[in-house]
Design a binder for this molecule. Structure first.
Ligand code: C2E
Ligand code: MG
Ligand code: MG
Length: 355
């Protein structure tokens, strides 16, 4: 057994290839580590993430086996830690894909290789377009890769901070072109992740930067996540941004673990109810409807406006118009589209099929 560095240790077990014995030993190690350690009179609970990899073939494979064990260990960590994962070829494939994407993102951050698409937000009372959400796209040749394909990785690697800067700079340019052609009161929402909010630059950039002039028309979307509930710094940054005129929207509401006290303190303007609750209300029986209604109720109690996300079909639209929900967003109204299609006028290319 040896220490590789930092908080990483390696244990070499004799034996041939994969056996259930290595799993038993790893479980015993985890079990022992869970015993509380006393430090200055307080019990400290430790957990570990363990990756298992077998040495196959020649001695030159040492580097490879350590790399494989490392990949398995990271898989155990990202599954929540305090567990064991065995290396598999699939893990290696995913690591290669992730590392390629990471390099592609790094190049795109250096070269400004991102664009914004906009997805219309519709007022459910009269089906008019009242705003849009800005969604980042990675330019890959002629393809615009949607955010869902790279944002999670960018959050893990910290690259989201660089991407976020490009997003805000692009938004400043776009919004200057959009405002003159949009109806009064038109607003745009933009996603900011916890890592971006932790960037010490963000307040200066938003409060003193080019977007400040239209702060009133911008909602900053933050996810209803644990970070929001537990980090005082994030709360004070959001407060400063709100004082700078920006509005706050809670994104994906219904998927996190709400800290109602914090939500109230944040004074959001808008709750965006996650698509999963909309789908649940359509597909489940009474309980799905009750959950969606409860989420709307929380927003209403805090005197916030409510938006239903991911309204994909007419059936979804019917579900959300049965409740006191102000806005809808989703494929049923319009797909995310480049700036040019918005500049063609509100609702352009955007048949609001709702009746
Ligand atoms: P989100 O903020 O909840 O955005 C909605 C996502 O759902 C978008 O995916 C959108 O294209 C998709 N969507 C819209 N309508 C429908 C529908 O009717 N059905 C279904 N199934 N999906 C629909 P996208 O653009 O891939 O973005 C994924 C996530 O990435 C976003 O979820 C947001 O969390 C994040 N993201 C997007 N742009 C940015 C950004 O500029 N900065 C940061 N930090 N995160 C971003
Ligand atoms: Mg969003
Ligand atoms: Mg969302």
């Amino acid at each position: 057994m040896g220490r590789l560095g930092g908080d990483e240790f390696a244990i070499v077990l004799p034996g041939k290839g994969q056996s259930s014995r290595d799993m038993e030993i790893a479980e015993a190690v985890l079990e022992r580590l869970r015993d509380p350690v006393e430090i200055e009179g307080s019990p400290i609970q430790l957990t570990a993430s363990i990756g298992l990899a077998a040495i196959v073939g020649a001695e030159s494979a040492t580097d490879e086996v350590l790399r494989n064990a490392d990949l398995a260990m990271y898989a155990a960590k990202s599954a929540g830690g305090d567990r064991i994962r065995r290396f598999s070829a699939d893990l290696a494939d995913r690591a290669v894909v992730a590392s390629r994407l990471r390099n592609e993102l790094a190049a795109a951050i250096r070269g400004g290789g991102f664009d914004l698409d906009y997805q219309s937000i519709v007022d459910l009372h009269n089906n008019s377009v009242v705003g849009a959400e800005a969604l980042v796209r990675l330019r890959r040749g002629t393809v615009r890769v949607p955010a869902g394909a790279f944002v999670t990785l960018a959050e893990q690697t910290g690259q989201i901070v660089g991407i976020g800067r490009i997003v805000l700079d692009t938004l400043a340019v776009d919004i200057a072109r959009l405002r003159p052609v949009m109806p009064p009161g038109w607003f745009v929402t933009v996603n900011v992740s916890a890592k971006e909010l932790a960037d010490p630059d963000i307040i200066t950039r938003l409060v003193d930067g080019p977007l400040a002039a239209c702060a009133q028309s911008i909602h900053l979307e933050v996810t209803e996540g644990l970070e929001l509930a537990s980090q005082d710094d994030t709360m004070s940054t959001l407060r400063a941004l709100r004082d700078g005129g920006y509005r706050i929207a809670i994104d994906d509401f219904g998927t996190g673990y709400s800290n109602f006290e914090r939500l109230g303190e944040l004074r959001p303007d808008l709750f965006k109810i996650d698509r999963s609750l909309v789908v649940g209300a359509r597909t489940m029986t009474g309980s799905g409807n009750a959950l969606l209604a409860a989420a709307v109720g929380v927003a209403r109690t805090l005197r916030c406006r409510v938006l239903a996300e991911g309204v994909e079909t007419f059936a979804d639209h019917r579900v959300v118009t049965d409740l006191p929900i102000d806005f809808g967003q989703g494929f049923h109204y319009s797909r995310p589209a480049p700036l040019s299609s918005l500049l063609a006028g509100p609702g352009a290319g955007d048949p609001t099929t709702a009746t």
